[in-house]
Design a protein around this ligand. Structure first.
Ligand code: NAD
Ligand code: TYD
Length: 360
């Protein structure tokens, strides 16, 4: 039975990954979810796995060396899948310090703990131990030529404090691989969407605002392009890379699904209108009149687009969910989980929203 340490498992992608892994492997694996439960972490995301005998939750900060070492001392860990991070660009612009701490120093703590547990006296590593660092396409910067894509060989050129901290963490993983031959992989994925995403990010924020008849704040001219991937396809990619990929390699993950932000917002409006019954009073307000162009994000990257050729060729990954299907599934999920949305938007969220959007 393989034992996984999943960091950040109470967040958006981490919780989807834990669901994906239990669906795929059932009782063949054991998962230890290590999460500090920041504003972005929510154990409600894992309600349906919490009673499994092969699932454990440990509340810990990935910067807490003692707590992290203890997990490796008490368990024979086979896999680390490292999601835990501060993940929101707008927050990083307001408060970069916590991004450097969690994303860079936290990653170093995880690497050092796994290295201490897995290294043999001769400097090689125990067999079949693997660390996967989950990263982002934002480390590559912004594309200006429409025919360009991000390849694994594209030079790093991060612009926001978020992407700079992720780039630094990727380099720390690379340094462990290059210096110690530490058994790891890095994945750089495009923008994810799907269930359990915190409504500070574009898609759930727009769904939530529209359902409440609130303005839909589109930054700048709305023509910035992101490459959207349904979260389950990302989870599948992570697992395939870890089990079938070549160690020490980086794999880009993305499904060639580029959209301008304004297209995304308009699709959300039209899909919500299709999904709501005519008698639903909310339907009347959900029109394109809700769109409000607001001040642009500082240093706003124009376009991200992944070339997934390597992951397709080497491990046979392909995206299963088209955007048309994925966005419908996502909207339905938020409809069916309105209580979840109410819980995550109560308390601090209102203050966050006022601080972030009041002057836009
Ligand atoms: P998220 O913000 O939804 O979740 C982050 C999780 O990490 C939360 O559960 C939080 O409590 C936990 N966490 C934060 N700081 C911690 C700390 N110091 N110690 C322990 N736990 C801590 O993020 P997400 O969108 O699920 O992203 C997960 C990972 O995937 C991140 O590394 C991110 O850079 C990467 N990524 C995200 C996307 C995307 O579109 N969301 C795309 C590519 C890569
Ligand atoms: P986001 O979901 O924050 O992801 P990222 O910045 O990591 O790509 O934003 C996606 C795009 O949507 C990005 O170009 C910024 C834009 N955006 C808005 O126009 N309005 C908003 O309120 C938010 C949160 C994002």
């Amino acid at each position: 039975m393989r034992t996984y340490v999943v960091t950040g498992g109470a967040g958006f992608i981490g919780s989807n990954y834990i669901h994906y892994m239990f669906k795929k492997y059932g009782d063949e694996i054991r998962i230890i979810n290590v999460d500090k439960l920041t504003y972005a972490g929510n154990l409600e995301n894992l309600k349906d796995v919490e009673d499994r005998s092969n699932y454990t939750f440990v509340k810990a900060d990935i910067c807490d060396t003692e707590a992290i070492n203890k997990i490796f001392e008490e368990n024979d860990v086979d896999r680390v899948v490292h999601f835990a991070a501060e993940s929101h660009v707008d927050r990083s612009i307001k408060d970069p310090g916590v991004f450097a701490r969690t994303n860079v120093l936290g990653t170093l703590t995880m690497l050092a703990a796994a290295k201490a547990a897995w290294e043999l006296p001769d400097g090689t590593f125990k067999e079949e131990k693997k660390f996967l660092h989950v990263s982002t396409d934002e480390v590559y910067g912004s594309l200006s030529n429409p025919d360009d894509y991000f390849y694994e060989t594209t030079p790093y050129d991060p612009h926001s404090p978020y992407s700079a901290s992720k780039a630094s963490s990727d380099f720390m993983v690379k340094a462990f691989m290059d210096t110690y031959r530490f058994p790891a992989n890095i994945t750089n994925c495009s923008n994810n969407y799907g269930p359990y995403q915190f409504p500070e990010k574009l898609i759930p924020l727009m769904i939530n605002n529209a359902l409440h008849g609130k303005a839909l704040p589109v930054y700048g001219d709305g023509k910035n392009i992101r490459d959207w991937l349904y979260v389950e396809d990302h989870c599948k990619g992570i697992d395939l890379v870890q089990e079938k990929g070549r160690l020490f390699e980086t794999y880009n993950i993305g499904g060639h699904n580029e959209r301008e932000n304004i297209q995304i917002v308009k699709t959300i409006i039209s899909t919500l209108r299709e999904e709501l019954s005519d008698s639903d009073p909310r339907k009347e307000h959900i029109t394109e009149d809700l769109i409000k162009y607001v001040e642009d994000r500082k240093g706003h990257d124009r376009r991200y687009a992944i070339a997934p050729d390597k992951i397709k060729a080497e491990v046979g990954w392909y995206p299963e969910t088209t955007f048309e299907v994925g966005i419908k599934k996502t909207i339905r999920w938020y409809f069916d989980h309105q209580e979840w949305m109410e819980h995550v938007t109560s308390g601090d969220y209102q203050k966050y929203y006022e601080d972030m959007y009041a002057n836009k």
